[in-house]
Design a binder for this molecule. Structure first.
Ligand code: ADP
Ligand code: MG
Length: 244
């Protein structure tokens, strides 16, 4: 883990304050305020189009908010000296060129970030891609691409992970492996924010929940409390209650 400054460990790892994003007449994110704690797995849950990706892109500085703020360790991610060591991110695409190998993809980022080349082998091992490391990324299955995206996120040993639907394309063994990885990172002190439109896949690993519907916050807090307060047996029930 990277050394974490005491000052920002005192506050939430991630915070949005009245975050709003319009795309023309579409309100993708609507006055959204939430916090994500350190040392826990937080599930960011909502149906398709509920605003999860837009919120995550705003946190990563890839989308400019219409109003409000998205803060990581107390400030916009772009204001950090080494953003990669603050947040490791997985978006829906790896951004890897299909013609390069997984190892080469990681090596390019390691060089650009000033990380030792050995770190690439460590993360390839960690995500179970060591045997496929020298294959071209274009030949990877969806699950292997997700693993490479996670390897990229973990490369700089970030203090937080922000993962957009990382279970998409993983088989049951891959989903179990993902849960164990998220648990281990959170137990090591990382803030882990993981979005999903199918909480069932991650239900046993999430400590906290943030539930979105149509860009708005409909529930947030410790997972058992959120579920109890809704009187729902599962988050899918909660979402169905919200959007009959
Ligand atoms: N670049 C964009 N241009 C226009 N509309 C967008 C754009 N990105 C997202 N949206 C819209 O914003 C809403 C939220 O989308 P998104 O954040 O991708 O939701 P989720 O990730 O929860 O499925 C949807 O209505 C979507 O169509
Ligand atoms: Mg999405």
């Amino acid at each position: 883990m990277t050394t974490i400054e005491a000052d920002h460990r005192d506050g939430p790892a991630i915070e949005t304050i009245a975050l709003t994003k319009h795309f023309g007449s579409v309100v993708a994110v609507d006055n959204l305020s939430f916090t994500v704690p350190h040392g826990a797995v937080t599930g960011f849950v909502g149906g398709n189009g509920s605003g999860k990706t837009t919120t995550i892109r705003t946190l990563l500085g890839l989308t400019i908010p219409t109003a409000g703020q998205a803060l990581v360790a107390g400030r916009p991610l772009a204001d950090h000296k080494n953003p990669r060591s603050v947040v490791g991110a997985v978006l829906n695409r790896t951004g890897a060129h299909p013609g390069v190998s997984g190892r080469r993809h990681l090596a390019l980022i390691a060089t650009a970030t000033g990380l030792p080349p050995e770190r690439c082998d460590e993360v390839l091992e960690l995500v179970g891609l060591a045997d496929a490391a020298d294959r071209r990324v274009g030949t990877y299955s969806t699950g292997m691409s997700q693993r490479l995206a996670l390897a990229t996120a973990l490369l700089a040993e970030p203090e937080m992970l922000v993962l957009d639907e990382p279970s998409n394309g993983l088989d049951p063994a891959g989903i179990r492996w993902l849960r164990e990885l998220l648990r281990a990172r959170a137990d090591a002190g990382a803030a882990v924010l993981v979005s999903t439109h199918q909480l069932a896949e991650l239900a046993t690993v999430v400590d906290h929940l943030i539930v979105l519907d149509a860009g708005r916050l409909i529930a947030a807090g410790p997972a058992p409390e959120v579920l109890n307060a809704a009187g729902a047996g599962s988050i899918e029930d909660l979402l169905l209650i919200a959007t009959p």
